[in-house]
Ligand binder design. Structure first.
Ligand code: PMP
Length: 430
């Protein structure tokens, strides 16, 4: 499959050769790299991507969940063009800034006050440092397999400590070498309340922040167990640590994110991706008593700058998206399509006794190969390359994420293609 990929994509290879002259590995975003070289895209429309060799793909990555609006969207386009005509960057406050903030606060009551940033990574860095400053403590609890941004990855997990060991792609994960801001970390096992509790109790007076994704995203779409997440919320309160929910991905799983579904109120919450209407975005917010330390009128206020924090185009695009596209019924419909898709694929895998499983929630899912060792990565690669040949684009690591530009028949076609690819492989082996 990989050989035919190389043969099918000479122009992408040519672009790659040119790119690697200036960029290490030919790019500036490790998460979208494809082994042996990535496809280069010339255009996107609706949910389709057109590559430089002329192949068209239905996009089931949706930019790792941030591309929820599809590649093109008339409502967003019109709002952005109007905003551009009123000044690309104004270097001043505009009414759009508070409009977007108020729309977000309405959905996430836990964010009594919030601040904007330029990425999910930045929002999480700000949330963690805010929590440490607020508590005057030094330790940050994170979880195995957690990902909070390019400088906050916790993939270097020990195999024997993994809770859902059989579901995590250890091979590829163990290859991942990450840059991590050197906070004083305590790394706890995800979904293991008893072990996490002991770790918290042993560090009760020094933990300032506990940060967690309500579903491991880049760590393999492993949903956080409700009892675990609620228990963790309580433990944070018990020891006086700031509980931070990273909803950068999961915010799209419901109108008020996963926190609303689970009835959990974090002390701080971070979001990003799609809330910028397609532009670079991040936000962190939470309890008034914490967030008001950023109030510039207060003596000793904490300074938080950022040239593009309130970029008018981002503010307008985000507000327009929240008002007109990211509505409650639209989110419910998309997530329900995702749940049905996962169930259909898993039912077929089961009846085929295929060594694959899809995990996830709603519109965010991950294909896993359950074969041992290196076969795991090989098994995933096979499905990935075979799907590309059929015109379906998933992430090489297995992420499958839906967007609003897809139709039910696009998803049905995808389900059929996944099952067909896996069945053909079974036939080949037998
Ligand atoms: N947190 C989570 C849970 C994420 O999935 C991501 C991005 N995939 C981030 C933080 C970082 O966001 P960004 O890429 O915008 O920095």
């Amino acid at each position: 499959a990989r050989t035919s990929y190389v043969a099918r994509n000479p122009k992408s290879l040519e672009c790659f050769r040119r790119a690697e002259e200036s960029l290490p590995g030919g790019g500036t975003r490790s998460s979208i790299f494809i082994h042996p070289f990535p496809l280069f895209i010339s255009k996107g429309e609706g949910t389709s991507l057109l590559d430089v060799d002329g192949h068209e793909y239905l996009d089931f990555v949706s930019d790792f969940t941030s591309g929820i609006y599809g590649k093109t969207n008339k409502v967003l386009r019109d709002a952005i063009v109007t905003a551009l005509d009123n000044g690309i960057q104004l270097g001043a406050h505009t009414p759009f800034e508070s409009r977007l903030a108020s729309l977000i606060r309405h959905r996430f009551p836990s964010m009594e006050l919030l601040r904007f940033a330029n990425s999910g990574t930045e929002a999480n860095l700000l949330a963690i440092t805010t929590a440490l400053k607020f508590t005057g403590r030094t330790k940050v609890m994170v979880f195995e397999g957690g990902y909070h941004g390019s400088l906050l990855s916790h993939f270097e997990v020990k195999k024997d400590q993994l809770v859902e060991a059989e579901l995590v792609e250890e091979d590829r994960k163990n290859e991942v070498n990450v840059l991590t801001v050197p906070f004083d970390y305590l790394v706890a096992p995800y979904n293991d309340l008893a072990a996490t509790k002991s770790l918290i109790q042993a560090n009760a007076t020094s933990i300032g922040a506990i940060i967690i994704e309500p579903m491991l995203g880049a760590g393999g779409c492993i949903p956080g167990d409700a009892t675990f997440l609620r228990g963790l919320r309580q433990l944070a309160t018990d020891v006086g640590a700031v509980f931070i929910l990273d909803e950068v991905q999961t915010a799209r799983l419901g109108f008020g994110g996963r926190q609303k579904t689970l009835g959990i109120t974090p002390d701080l919450c971070t979001i990003g991706k799609f809330f910028g209407g397609g532009f670079a975005f991040g936000a962190f917010g939470g309890k008034l008593e914490i967030m008001q330390m950023f109030d510039s009128r207060r003596p000793g206020a904490v300074s938080h700058g950022g040239t593009f924090n309130n970029s008018p185009c981002t503010m307008v695009a985000g507000a327009t998206a929240l008002e007109q596209i990211l509505t409650e019924p639209a989110l419910e419909a998309l997530n329900s399509i995702g749940d049905d898709m996962r169930d259909s694929i898993n039912a077929a895998f089961k009846s085929l006794s295929a060594p694959y499983i899809v995990t996830g929630l709603g519109s965010i899912n991950q294909l896993h190969c359950t074969l041992p060792g290196k076969l795991k990565t090989a098994g995933l690669d096979l499905v990935f390359f075979r799907l590309l040949e059929r015109g379906y684009w998933i992430a090489q690591r297995g992420l499958i994420s839906l967007n609003f530009a897809m139709s039910q028949s696009d998803v049905d076609g995808f389900v059929t293609a996944v099952i067909k690819v896996v069945r053909e492989m079974q036939d080949l082996v037998m």
